[in-house]
Design a protein around this ligand. Structure first.
Ligand code: SF4
Ligand code: SF4
Length: 246
């Protein structure tokens, strides 16, 4: 993904819009991500939002999060057959087993929303009291998410028609059944498109959910927890490609 020749780096809203519009993209999801981001940007321009504020919303992923939340709502209003057959239920938490220290890709705006909810949980038993790979946010007894309202898009988008398949997957045996709704791939696509449009102007990092949660529960403030969980730049692209197929 690269900008066509559009003059200098975007330092105001019209040049940012032109850069976004001129990106060379691959695939339908990226094209849709750009269209939705242009709609978001045009609304910001119409409302007179200053460039710095737009830049902050793009850098943090707040814009991508808003667009993805609307997409999730749209999917929920007309759910696909598989979602109607979902086996998900309270206390069924194999999808909250996060092997390794990464635990899935989240954006800065999602981490910021999670942080206060996690601070309130410090000192309590965490998911590892149930299973060594469990997300630290999980309640080890009820196996419910302890930050449900602030959980990231990844957790909102994950579902399965077969809890047994989730258990097998958690044990390292790949079995079909689990899926991720398109809102997560769209969110990462919007962020990667915004990242390309802002190349040379701003960095748009992504973060590791499990590392962010662990650092926060261990006492890190927001800045420290973000630093401890920041991804290498390619992680966002790798995850986007994995979820959207290219
Ligand atoms: S995704 Fe799988 S493990 Fe998670 S709640 Fe649904 S059925 Fe249970
Ligand atoms: S944040 Fe909540 S829903 Fe997401 S993996 Fe952790 S415990 Fe599960």
């Amino acid at each position: 993904m690269a900008p066509r020749k559009q003059g200098g780096k975007p330092r105001d809203l019209p040049t940012l819009r032109a850069r976004l519009d001129g990106l060379r993209l691959h695939g339908e999801v990226q094209a849709r991500a750009r269209s939705l981001l242009l709609v978001w940007l045009d609304a910001a321009i119409a409302q007179g939002v200053p460039f710095d504020e737009v830049l902050r919303a793009l850098k943090s992923g707040a814009a991508a999060r808003t667009i993805a939340a609307a997409e999730l709502q749209r999917i929920g209003a007309n759910p696909p057959d598989a979602l109607l057959r979902a086996a998900c239920a309270p206390g069924c938490a194999f999808c909250c087993l996060l092997p390794g220290d990464d635990g899935g890709t989240i954006l800065g705006a999602e981490a910021r929303a999670l942080h206060p909810a996690l601070v309130a949980l410090r000192g309590q038993p965490d998911g590892s009291a149930w299973h060594p790979d469990a997300c630290p946010v999980l309640d080890p007894q009820s196996r419910m998410c302890r930050a449900y309202d602030a959980r990231p898009m990844l957790c909102r988008a994950y579902f399965s028609t077969d809890a047994g398949a989730c258990e097998a997957n958690a044990m390292g045996q790949p079995v079909a059944g689990a899926a991720v709704l398109g809102s997560q791939g769209l969110m990462l696509s919007v962020q990667s498109v915004a990242r390309a449009a802002l190349a040379g102007v701003a960095t748009l990092p992504s973060y590791a959910l499990a590392r962010f949660a662990r650092a926060t529960l261990d006492g890190a403030d927001l800045t420290e927890a973000l630093r401890a969980s920041r991804h290498a730049p390619r992680m966002l692209e790798d995850e986007r490609k994995r979820l959207t197929g290219g």
